[in-house]
Design a protein around this ligand. Structure first.
Ligand code: BZD
Length: 829
């Protein structure tokens, strides 16, 4: 039937005319049509925001064409598909990225011009889709871009939170959180699929029933909520493929509480129905620890159940034997948040499909793979048994059964080593009996991935040591990467054109290895001059932004020194601020004649603190009081400025990164699993000042340690330093700057007391005191290099040239080959 319809359409319009056209006139007409008929504004009078809406709907139409073709093609070829399950996706804006990936940015810019609008101004109207916290969530967004570009048959699954990550407001230097109701003005990038919806069940009891002489367990749920799909097309670059990110929203189910209706309590029944929607209401803003909250657990299961119903339905369209499931489906669980999926697949196979346990387990353990993003034990998810048993009674039974079988197997392998058995058990006994979701994931998955080489070592030696000794072959790592499309082509168009000009091709946008070709031109004075010019223009744009935000005028000749990321003690923004205080103190105490030798700096810090993270919030306040003092000190002038950029998010990063000279990555060694911010800076030719932690160790291998400013204790030195504890003495400069804060030099003496206490001898867990001297040395080395512009530019070009390994294209190719077993499936043009 669909073949017939296609033939008809082609007969009516001609093959090519069946597609939307991309010449300037057609684009203008499409934009105007959408302004008039979709946005319902007059095509003669509309503002920048309405232009953004009209433009976006017109781009969306083009995305939909490709997305339909891609999915028709996938269906025809029936390749093994990857399903990428993540509770968080930090997509940022879509417009610029989409038109660049579709290859029609210039055409649209021209069409808009003809209509009297400017593309950049219109693009600025878009808000961020901030459905995630930090690195883990942005990584997923980069990986979706690579999956689409590399033509992999992949789907992303997530939750459509109505409130994304909170907006950070700064009031008197304190962080306040405001809700991010991002859907207020509509979202042209999504397609609501009212017909793609599934019931998700909660609570209830498990009963036993006898069927054909066998006893089976039957879950009688107590509540049903409907999951409705919202599809977000993700276009690849330089390909017709566009894949799908399907996000679920909770809606009341028709099966919801029929009893209340029948008893005539109509109003209360309606109110109760509305409660269903709270499940997908809000993103949890904590990225450091897991709290056993019922709503969060509900979100996880809601997401898992809807996604799996969808995936299994698609599988069943073309297959009727579940033994083929692992050949056709790869399920990637992003951190442990979706790991209830393991119990859910078992439940479906055993309870609904009536497969015997061992066959079901064999299938389940061949479809899942798991990536962990942390080295912190307290961030590992643990679900209190009481909570799980109440919300999902059958899943708890299944997890107990998996654990029982695993413990029996383990005993037969390691004997009666009860300490080890209890460490490895999926069930944690203790004050609050809990399920360890990481243990469940490791037991079930054939492959467990870390996110950098160092991270894998830490998993082997510390976090999952017992498991590594049991199953060394399960543990792998795939170094994280970021997409050069968003982080260079979209956000730094001038650098992008310059790179293409010098490489003589734009192919690096798909084939990132080509970036290494810049090395052969590194000493060319023309390239150096043009490179410097691009940086200057980007710095000017950033300076303008800073002035609009804060009224502070900064000098373009100063070194723009940036640290942007979530605020965490282990990321050591405090070390940065103490370093800035030290710099300020030195300048203050200098002879006026010596001040001429000081390299001027603009220090930029940005990041959000989790709402309940007290110390992180104090760090933000400290940054503000120090800035207040320095920026208003007439002695200092342009020699030092400190700016806190509020509400750090993906679009702010897109503006800040291209305009930075130096970027700081200061995690205490052994604490950052990978870090992906460093990679974005590296691609943009910013020099890194960093500890040898996470992916920085691999960046050193690619660009050379002499091309960066490294400092601090190494990963393998940190445990011994911790043992020394109080006997580690911090240097005098450190004690002096801490004392300044403690004594109230910047005010708020009492408020900062607890922050200063974390730096006392013996309590300085993150080793700020120990690393301070070497940090200052690295900063001094950066200063010395900056006054030699030729050397700086040289290092900057080599940074970009060495960044190819850190493209998410590389990461995805590795996952495809070594974890998921999927092949590209390229839709013909
Ligand atoms: O994941 C981060 C790590 O800290 C980084 O080192 C790493 O580069 C990235 C990507 O692999 N982890 C997170 O971002 N974690 C979370 O955001 C998170 C969110 C909810 C609950 C727990 C952790």
């Amino acid at each position: 039937e669909s073949g017939e319809r296609k033939a008809k359409v082609e007969k009516m319009f001609g093959f090519m005319d069946a597609f939307l056209k991309n010449d300037s006139f057609s684009l203008q007409k499409d934009i105007l049509d959408h302004v008039e008929y979709t946005v319902a504004r007059s095509r003669f009078i509309f503002d920048d925001f309405e232009a953004y809406q009209g433009l976006s709907y017109s781009v969306r139409d083009r995305l939909i064409e490709r997305w339909h073709d891609t999915h028709r093609y996938f269906k025809k070829k029936d390749p093994k598909r990857l399903y990428f399950l993540s509770l968080e996706f930090l997509m940022g804006r879509s417009l610029s990225n989409s038109v660049i990936n579709l290859g029609i940015r210039d055409q649209y810019a021209d069409a808009l011009n003809q209509l009297g609008f400017e593309f950049e101004v219109v693009a600025e109207q878009e808000g961020d889709a901030a459905l995630g916290n930090g690195g883990l969530a942005r990584l997923c967004a980069c990986q979706m871009d690579s999956l689409a570009t590399l033509d992999y048959p992949a789907w992303g699954y997530g939750l459509r939170y109505q409130y994304g990550l909170f907006r950070q407001i700064i009031l008197d230097g304190f962080q306040l959180e405001e809700p991010d109701y991002w859907l207020n003005f509509g979202n042209p990038w999504e397609i609501e699929r009212v017909h793609v919806s599934y019931p998700v069940k909660f609570y209830g009891t498990v009963e036993e029933e006898g069927i054909q002489g066998q006893t089976i367990k039957v879950w009688i749920p107590g509540e049903t909520v409907e999951a409705v799909a919202y599809d977000n097309p993700i276009p690849g670059y330089g390909t017709r493929n566009a894949i799908n990110l399907r996000l679920w929203a909770a809606k009341p189910s028709d099966q919801y509480d029929m009893e209340s209706y029948n008893t005539g309590d109509y109003i209360n029944a309606i109110m109760d129905r509305q409660k269903a929607e709270t499940i997908s209401n809000v993103l949890y803003p904590d990225d450091r620890s897991y709290q056993g909250k019922e709503l969060r657990l509900k979100q996880h299961y809601f997401f898992v159940s809807a996604s799996l119903q969808d995936i299994i339905r698609r599988f069943r369209d073309d297959h009727n034997n579940f033994d083929e499931f692992p050949e056709k489906v790869a399920l990637q669980i992003n951190d442990t948040h979706p790991s209830l999926a393991i119990a859910e697949v078992m439940r479906v196979l055993v309870d609904e499909e009536h497969l015997d346990w061992s066959r079901a387990w064999d299938i389940t353990s061949r479809v899942f793979s798991f990536t962990t993003h942390t080295v912190h034990a307290e961030a590992l998810e643990k679900i209190p048994v009481d909570l799980l048993g109440n919300l999902l009674p059958r899943h708890l039974q299944i997890i107990y059964e998996i654990n029982y079988k695993f413990m029996e197997e383990l005993k037969s392998m390691i004997g009666q080593d009860y300490d080890r058995l209890s460490r490895m058990s999926i069930v944690e006994e203790g004050a609050v009996k809990s399920i360890r979701m990481a243990n469940l994931s490791i037991v079930c998955c054939q492959i467990v991935n870390g996110v950098s080489k160092v991270h894998l070592d830490l998993l082997k030696e510390r976090v999952f040591k017992d498991f590594y000794e049991l199953w060394p072959q399960k543990f792998q790592y795939k170094t994280n990467g970021v997409t050069q499309r968003r982080w260079v082509v979209v956000s730094n168009p001038n650098l992008s054109s310059l790179i293409s000009k010098w490489l003589g091709t734009e192919s690096w946008i798909r084939n990132v290895d080509l970036l290494a070709g810049l090395r052969q031109h590194v000493s060319d004075p023309d390239l150096q001059r043009e490179w410097k010019m691009v940086k200057k223009v980007n710095k000017a744009r950033l300076a303008e932004y800073i002035e609009t935000l804060s009224g502070i005028k900064v000098s373009l000749d100063a070194m723009f020194d940036v640290q942007i990321k979530r605020i965490h003690e282990y990321k050591r923004q405090l070390l940065n601020i103490l370093g800035i205080i030290h710099r300020y103190d030195c300048i203050k105490n200098m002879e006026t004649s010596d001040r001429r030798k000081v390299v001027p700096r603009v220090c930029i810090i940005g990041g959000k603190a989790a709402p309940g993270y007290d110390i992180a919030k104090k760090i933000i306040k400290l940054c503000h009081v120090v800035a207040e003092k320095i920026n208003n000190d007439a002695d200092i002038g342009d020699l030092l400025k400190l700016v806190f950029i509020p509400d750090y998010n993906v679009s702010v990063a897109e503006l800040v990164i291209p305009g930075s000279d130096l970027s700081q990555h200061l995690s205490t060694a052994g604490h950052e699993a990978s870090g992906t911010g460093s990679m974005k800076f590296l691609m943009n030719g910013c020099l890194l000042l960093a500890t040898a932690d996470g992916a920085i160790v691999e960046i050193m291998e690619e660009v050379g340690a002499d091309n960066m400013f490294l400092f601090g204790a190494k990963v393998n030195e940190v445990p011994a330093l911790h043992e020394k504890g109080a006997s580690l003495k911090a240097p005098l400069q450190f004690l002096r700057v801490v004392r300044m804060v403690r004594d109230g030099y910047f005010g708020f003496k009492d408020y900062f007391k607890s922050l200063c206490d974390t730096l006392e001898d013996g309590k300085d867990f993150y080793l700020l005191g120990y690393d301070f001297a070497s940090y200052l040395e690295a900063q001094a080395a950066a200063d010395r290099t900056f006054v030699d512009p030729e050397k700086w530019i040289h290092m900057s070009i080599l940074s970009t040239a060495g960044s190819g390994k850190f493209s998410s294209d590389k990461t995805i190719e590795e996952y495809a080959k070594h974890t998921w077993g999927i092949e590209p499936c390229k839709c013909p043009f």
